[in-house]
Design a protein around this ligand. Structure first.
Ligand SMILES: Nc1ncnc2c1ncn2[C@@H]1O[C@H](COP(=O)(O)OP(=O)(O)O)[C@@H](O)[C@H]1O
Ligand SMILES: [Mg+2]
Length: 281
C-alpha cells in the first residue's frame, strides 16, 4: 500500500465536515449515574455513581479499576450504547438526553467500540470480506476511502485473511479484524474495552501498538478501559481510577501512577497487573 493512501485519511476527513460544535471535546460526561436492575429480584445496583470525565478531540483517556467497578457500564452509557443513566452526556457535541433517534444513528459510525472478545464481536457466518462488504453497504460514502486489502494492511493483516471466517482466525488476528472494521468508519472516538485481555500475552503488545498507531494516524480520540496498568501506561495520557462505581482519582498517568493520592488508588495499583511501573520509575 502506498504512503499516499495512508496519509489520505486526514484529507478524507476534511471532505466530510463534522458537526459544528462550541466545545471540541468528543465526550463530556457530567455526574453520570447508572443503575442496573436485577430482572428477577427487582433489586437496583448502582454501577456508576456520579462520574464525570472529558475526552478532548484526539485525546487518549483511560478508565482503570478492578473487575465489577463499573468501567463497561460507564463506557456504554456514555456512548449511548448501553443502559441509560442520569446526568449529562455530550457526545460529539450532542446532548444524549435531547438527541433524536435519527441523529443518534448518524453519530453511530463516529463512535466505534473494540471489545474484549473479538470472536464474540464477529459474525461466525461471515467471512472477513463479506463482513466488510456489509459495513460498506450500510455506510457507502463513509467507507469508500480505502480498499479492503489496504485496510487490512493498516492493521498488519495479509489480504488472504479476507477470505477467512472468524473460527479460522487466531485471537490476535480476529482483534485486528475488529480494529479494521472500526477504522473503516473513520471514527472520532474509539472505545476499547479490555481490548487485549482475551488475547495471548505474546500478541497483546502488538495489538496495543496498533491501537496507538491508529489513534495517532487518524486523530481519533481513545477511551481505553482496562484493569491492566501496563496497557494504560503504554497508550493513554490521562487516567480515571474507578472503584465501586465512583472515580476516586483522576489525572495524568505519570502523576496518578507514580504518586497516587487516594488510598483506594494505591491499593488498586498494588493489586493490578502492570503495577511494577511504579517501582521502575
Ligand atoms: N446488565 C446488568 N444487569 C445487572 N447488573 C449488571 C449488569 N451489567 C453489569 N452489572 C453489574 O454492574 C457492576 C459493574 O459492571 P461492569 O460495568 O461490567 O464492570 P467492569 O467493566 O468494571 O468489570 C457489576 O457489579 C456487574 O455485576
Ligand atoms: Mg468490563
Amino acid at each position: 500500500m502506498t504512503e499516499a493512501v495512508r496519509t489520505g485519511v486526514p484529507g478524507d476527513r476534511a471532505r466530510h465536515p463534522r458537526t459544528p460544535d462550541a466545545d471540541p471535546a468528543v465526550l463530556v460526561v457530567d455526574g453520570l449515574v447508572v443503575d442496573h436492575r436485577n430482572r428477577s429480584t427487582g433489586e437496583v445496583f448502582r454501577a456508576v455513581d456520579h462520574v464525570s470525565l472529558r475526552i478532548g478531540a484526539g485525546e487518549s483517556v483511560a478508565v482503570v479499576g478492578e473487575s465489577g467497578s463499573g468501567k463497561t457500564t460507564l463506557a456504554m452509557a456514555a456512548t449511548g450504547l448501553g443502559t441509560r443513566g442520569a446526568g449529562s452526556i455530550r457526545l460529539l457535541g450532542h446532548s444524549l438526553s435531547s438527541i433524536g433517534r435519527a441523529q443518534l444513528r448518524r453519530l453511530r459510525p463516529e463512535v466505534q467500540v473494540v471489545f474484549q472478545d473479538p470472536h464474540g464481536s464477529l459474525d461466525p457466518r461471515q467471512s472477513v470480506r463479506s463482513g466488510l462488504r456489509e459495513l460498506r453497504t450500510l455506510q457507502p460514502q463513509r467507507t469508500s476511502w480505502i480498499r479492503d486489502a489496504d485496510l487490512l494492511d493498516r492493521v498488519r493483516l495479509a489480504p488472504q485473511i479476507l477470505d477467512r471466517y472468524p473460527h479460522q482466525l487466531s485471537g490476535g488476528q480476529a482483534q485486528r479484524v475488529c480494529i479494521a472494521r472500526a477504522l473503516l468508519m473513520r471514527p472520532r472516538l474509539i472505545v476499547a474495552d479490555e481490548p487485549t485481555s482475551g488475547l495471548d500475552v505474546s500478541v497483546q503488545a502488538d495489538v496495543l501498538a496498533l491501537l496507538k498507531e491508529i489513534r495517532t494516524s487518524t486523530g481519533a480520540a481513545l477511551l481505553m478501559i482496562s484493569h491492566d496498568l501496563a496497557v494504560v501506561r503504554s497508550v493513554c495520557d490521562t487516567v480515571h481510577v474507578m472503584y465501586r462505581g465512583r472515580v476516586v482519582e483522576s489525572g495524568r498517568c505519570e502523576t496518578v501512577f507514580v504518586t497516587p493520592e487516594n488510598d483506594y488508588t494505591r491499593e488498586l495499583l498494588a493489586a493490578m497487573p502492570g503495577a511494577r511501573w511504579r517501582s521502575r520509575r
